[in-house]
Structures are given as C-alpha cells and as structure tokens.
Design a protein around this ligand. Sequence first.
Ligand code: ADP
Ligand code: MG
Length: 318
Amino acid sequence: MGEFELIDRYFKRPARRHPLGVGDDCALLGLAPGMQLAVSCDMLVEGRHFLATVDPRKLGHKSLAVNLSDLAACGVEPLAFVLALALPQADDAWLEPFSRGLLALADQHGCELVGGDTTRGPLNICVTVFGQVPPGQALLRSGAREGDDIYVSGTLGDARLALEAFRGTVSLSGEVFDATRARLETPTPRVALGLALRGVASAAIDVSDGLAGDLGHILDQSRVGARLEVDLLPGLMAAPTGAVPHERRLECVLAGGDDYELLFTAAPAQAGAVAAAAAAGGVAVTRIGRIEAEPGLRIVDGGGRPVPHRYASFDHFA
Ligand code: ADP
Ligand code: MG
C-alpha cells in the first residue's frame, strides 16, 4: 500500500461541513459569520504519551480527544482537524482500528478530518484542531478573581491509577482496573460542558498535567491564589478502601494528569448557572475550593489544616 492509497483508504471521506477537505493542497474551512477561529495542537509520542501495546482504536480516539479537550477548556465549538502521522510501516491491522477510533469520536462531535500529512518514521501522532467561538467569549486562564469558587468536572486521578497499575506499583481489583484503564485510554472530552460554561465561568483549563499544576496555571495567569479542600476532591475514593493507600490516591488526584476534565472558576452568584451547565454537559461538577487574593496554592484538610505538598505541573524537560 502506497502513501496515497493509505490516505484514500483510511483518512479520506467526502467533506460535509466544509468547502474542501482531504485531497487538495489546502483544506478550506467554513466559519459561521462573525465567529473567531480557535486553533490548538497536541502531539502523542510512543513511549511518552502511550504504551506501544495500546489498542490502536483507543489510540485513535485519544489522539483527537486530547485536542477536543483543549477546545472544550476554551468554550470553543469543534469544526475540523488535520492529522500529521509518522508510521514505521503501512500496516492495515493498525491503520484500520486507528482510523476507526479517530473518526468515530470525530463524528460524535461533528469535527471533520480535512487534511494532514503522512510520512514514514517512528510512530508519532500530531493533531491540530480548529473550532469557532464568538469574539470575546472564549474561556481563558486569566479570568479568575478573588472569591470565585473553583470547580472540577468528573473525577480525577483515575488515569494515573491505571498507569500505576500497568507499572505494577499499585494493585487494583479487576473491576476498578477496567474502569480506570478506560479513563486512561479513552478519555471523554467535556465539549458540551465547555460550551455551556461560556458567560458562566471566569477562567478555565483542562486537566492534562495534574490538578495542582494546572490550577497553578490559572493562578499565575490570573495573578491570584487558591485554597483547595482535599475532602472535596472527587475521585479520591475511586479505588476500594484499603487497596491503595490514601496518600497514593491523593497524589494521583493532585499530580496524576491525563484526566481531561475541566477545571474552572466562577463567581459564587453563578452557582446555579454552573449546576445548569453541568446538567447540559452531562457530567457531574464538584466545587473543590476558592480563589484568594494571596498568591500561591494552599491545600487544606477538612479541619482547615494545611496538607504539605510539592506538586507541580508535569514538565517534559524538568
Ligand atoms: P502535499 O504534498 O501537497 O503536502 P500530500 O501529498 O502530503 O500533500 O497529501 C495529499 C492530501 O492528503 C492532502 O490533501 C493532505 O491534506 C491529505 N493528507 C495527507 N495525510 C493525511 C492524513 N494522515 N490524514 C488526512 N489527510 C491527509
Ligand atoms: Mg502541496
């Protein structure tokens, strides 16, 4: 199978929503009148972001999911994406499930594959996603204000628990392992929640590098601090009591990463609107703390006592 046959077989479908898709030198995108174009790019590298043994269908799903999660964090509606793919060989047994997983999630979100590049090389997957948002309405990291509540969607730490189980540093029951593994391998981008939070949230980010670090980005860019209440964090109880020590679970929640949940702030007066957005987004949302004027992140237990921590955001070069 040659390069062009590969593209035709697995990645070329008639463009539906856009004037021009795969097959020409450029794709042409249609935006609704007056909308701003939003762009985000994420790369997945074997050994860094996924295990060589992962099911290619799940890898296809995740490659787009992590990009849709960035659009969700900004309250952006997905439109289209391009795929740059380096492959060691043109292998149908890998390409068929990979493209199936990728395009199934794309169809769920009406986000069309409109182009890309395909080359031989060590397995590397780079997706660039395009979306639209009314000018001035994108959710940013810089809008958090003193007194805002801090919320997170879904649960945190599950993906990291699964990774630790793969590494053999924790042991999970079959049922818990399956559930956490699904969270690691096929995360759900919170696109509908992000859209519903426009005009409600004051700041937002998606949790890809760990709660403490990603909240740190909001705090830095908003020039504020925060108090997080450990007892409010969702997901601490994901593993059956006793199977994984509390300390390890807390570490997974605060510093695990790969969660792809939305972390956002909103003024207390917006609490009802936040609940409505959670209902519209089809995902639970939990209040986990409050923005304070004093810079820095303070993590406290139920009695208000400080929980010592040294959690920072994941850094590929640290
Ligand atoms: P060019 O050489 O002009 O850059 P290519 O030969 O690389 O174009 O690609 C031919 C067409 O196939 C282009 O429309 C390109 O966007 C598309 N394409 C290439 N690789 C992919 C891919 N992995 N997924 C989707 N479209 C792709
Ligand atoms: Mg060209």
